[in-house]
Write a new protein. Structure first.
Length: 369
């Protein structure tokens, strides 16, 4: 069995990243074959897939199979930095470039020189930074913030996203030229529910891993428990499977995990389970939308684009129970873009004294008091 794992790190305890990846399912085997073909090249690779499907693990495997394997592998989460800091983090800064810059510091591009730079959640990059990133990729040099001196770099860039960048381009949130620069090769990771052949091998790996950490002897997985794992839809993908196995080991008895020991979430992320064939009220999705648009054209001519966009965002936010991450996934946008739009239409308000933004829905406000 081909098994990929992340290097041990304290941050993994609270991370939503997948910590293991296998290639037992036919779809995963096809992905592995494609990965092995493109790994030795210097081509940029765009890795797509839902959160928790193992995009960083695939990026690390690409690096390890390439001629840069002896160089550094640097992973950067583009959504982890504020807009004011992301430029300095990526490209570095000179002393005095901004308040608090007490010394010069190399950016992630310089840190990855001679190796591979993995830009996770690339869709979260602000547009001004996208312009500068495109220039770096074209010129193969960086200019630190506060400096005029260019620094040559030799870096292979791998990027990943859990949003559909094509939609982000159409919405004006992602540059088309940067998309084509990054998307020389695409590796699409299927969600765990679409590659059931990987579920049990991953489950056995996590059982062995956590049994050793907890000091347990051999632990078995009963046939009904195995069936329950395979039949579940895994909205949280590999990371959710890991958490379920960890919890089950803490509660099971007699060295065997039973079906009742598997604490599965009732969460179901919105997705089209039956393809684009339509819904229970009849007609395809396109036909239903066309009918709704026709009524809008007749009843409210003019200035419809913003109204439709805002209504779609509000409806999706309500459908996702006022969860920004799930709303972003449903609409195919990044969380940062979704948050900005929700604030713009008045669905979120930023209270500097209380910290995080609060939903404006009365029911949610009562719950948060």
């Amino acid at each position: 069995m081909q098994l990929l794992t992340l290097p041990p790190s304290p941050s993994l305890a609270t991370s939503i990243r997948a910590t293991a990846q296998v290639f037992e399912d036919p779809r995963s085997q096809a992905l592995l074959a494609h990965l092995q073909q493109v790994a030795p090249s210097e081509a940029s690779v765009l890795i797509t897939g839902e959160t928790g499907t193992g995009k960083e693990l695939v990026a690390r495997h690409l690096h390890n199979l390439s001629g840069r394997r002896n160089g550094p592998f640097v992973a950067v989460n583009c959504g982890a930095f504020s807009e004011s800091l992301v430029e300095a983090e990526l490209f570095g800064h000179d002393k005095g470039a901004f308040t608090g810059a007490l010394s010069s510091k190399a950016g992630w591009f310089e840190e990855a020189n001679g190796g591979t730079l993995f830009l996770d959640e690339i869709g979260d990059l602000p547009l001004p930074i996208q312009v500068k990133l495109l220039r770096v990729l074209q010129e193969r040099e960086v200019v630190r913030l506060g400096s005029r001196k260019s620094i040559p770099i030799n870096v292979r860039v791998l990027a990943a996203t859990n949003v559909q960048l094509e939609r982000a381009i159409n919405a004006g949130h992602f540059r088309e030229d940067l998309y084509y620069r990054l998307n020389v090769v695409t590796l699409s990771l299927h969600p765990l529910r679409d590659r059931p052949g990987d579920i049990l091998p991953l489950a056995w790996h996590f059982i062995r891993t956590y049994s050793e950490r907890l000091g347990y002897g051999p632990v078995e997985l009963s046939p009904p428990a195995q069936a329950k794992l395979v039949e579940y839809s895994w909205p949280g993908n590999i990371r959710e499977l890991e958490n379920v196995i960890h919890h089950s080991l803490l509660t099971c008895g007699d060295g065997q995990i039973q079906a009742q020991d598997l604490r599965l979430s009732s969460l179901r992320l919105a997705r089209q389970e039956d393809g684009p064939a339509g819904d229970r009220r009849g007609g395809t999705v396109e036909e239903l939308l066309q009918h709704a648009f026709s009524r809008l054209y007749e009843e409210q001519p003019g200035a419809l684009y913003e109204k439709v966009e805002n209504a779609l965002l509000r409806s999706a936010y309500q459908f996702c129970h006022y969860n920004q991450v799930h709303t972003a996934q449903l609409l195919g946008l990044s969380r940062n873009v979704t948050r900005t739009r929700l604030i713009a239409i008045g669905e979120l308000v930023v209270n500097k004294r209380r910290g995080p933004e609060q939903p404006l829905d009365n029911r949610v406000l009562r719950l948060s008091i």
